[in-house]
Design a binder for this molecule. Structure first.
Ligand code: MLT
Length: 279
């Protein structure tokens, strides 16, 4: 029998994966993939908004939240493999994927390699480019910083870049929750994931092969994966729609959930009705 609800634990190849699974089993399934270094709780407002009409799954990527880290070296391809194992265990195909930032890297790579398993894609605050040499250098500095000054300091430094300026006044609780997600991630997982991010391959060259409806959203003040990166994906993916989310930085779904959810719902509704003239 299918387990439903929050914080379900499933052991796949000796790795405990923690996930939420809400909504009707027969409804279209959406899988949410979180960014780095967060966990599935960053999607709580979207799960709540969609669960009456969709089967909504949000899971913790290995080493994040309450999922095991395992023994293997982290990579985006390993995270894709974990996603496929979860889908296999839940007997899911024809999935709609929604990924933010690192979650978007995983989603783009999954769709590049296994397009037949997915029906639609939502990308938020992410990019198709790999790390530049300067970007890789920053990752190494971040690793040194974590080793020398600890996770709390890393969290405080990261938070400065994650949010729109006004969120520091209007979204104090969200910022505290995000800090908790960061400090709740082990030093080992932070370092392993930073290596995985720095060695990821670009997915821009294959954007034209994505033959499904794609909604791209980006916070108007996203400093990490800015509007320009969203435009590159929009221009590359034939059936894509771009929405800029005002009053938001890199975590658009948390900083402006009402507008984010409005676009999400509208896209999904049009997709369900197979009307792709989204405006
Ligand atoms: C994320 O939010 O997942 C990270 O900002 C991704 C990255 O550092 O490239």
């Amino acid at each position: 029998m299918r387990a439903t609800g929050r914080n379900i634990e499933l052991t796949i190849d000796n790795l405990v994966v923690n996930y939420d699974d809400e909504g009707d089993e027969k409804a279209p399934a959406i899988i949410f993939i979180h960014g780095f270094p967060f966990n599935k709780s960053m999607w709580d407002m979207q799960v709540e908004a969609l669960k009456d009409n969709y089967r909504v799954i949000a899971y913790d990527i290995r080493g994040h939240g309450n999922s095991d880290a395992g023994d293997e070296e982290f990579s985006i391809d390993l995270f894709v493999n974990d996603l496929l194992c979860l889908m296999d265990a839940l007997e899911l195909d024809n999935v709609i994927l929604c990924g933010l930032s690192m979650g978007g890297y995983v989603a783009l790579r999954a769709i590049e390699n296994y397009p037949e398993l997915f029906d639609a894609l939502i990308l938020s605050d992410t990019q198709c480019a790999a790390d530049t040499p300067e970007g890789k250098e920053k990752r190494l500095k971040a690793i040194e910083n974590i080793k020398e000054n600890g996770v709390e300091n890393y969290a405080d430094e990261s938070i400065k870049n994650l949010f729109a300026a006004e969120s520091f006044i209007t979204r104090i609780k969200v910022i505290a929750a995000v800090k908790n997600m960061i400090v709740g991630t082990s030093v080992e997982s932070l370092i392993n994931t930073l290596f995985a991010l720095s060695t990821r391959e670009e997915t821009c060259i294959k954007l034209d092969d994505i033959k499904m409806p794609v909604l791209i959203m980006v916070g108007s003040e996203d400093k990490i994966t800015p509007l320009g990166a969203a435009r590159v994906m929009h221009e590359g993916i034939p059936d894509s729609f771009l929405k800029v989310i005002a009053h938001a930085g890199h975590l658009a779904n948390l900083e402006n959930p009402s507008v984010f959810n409005h676009h999400l719902r509208k896209f999904l509704h049009r997709f369900a009705k197979k009307q792709f003239h989204y405006s």
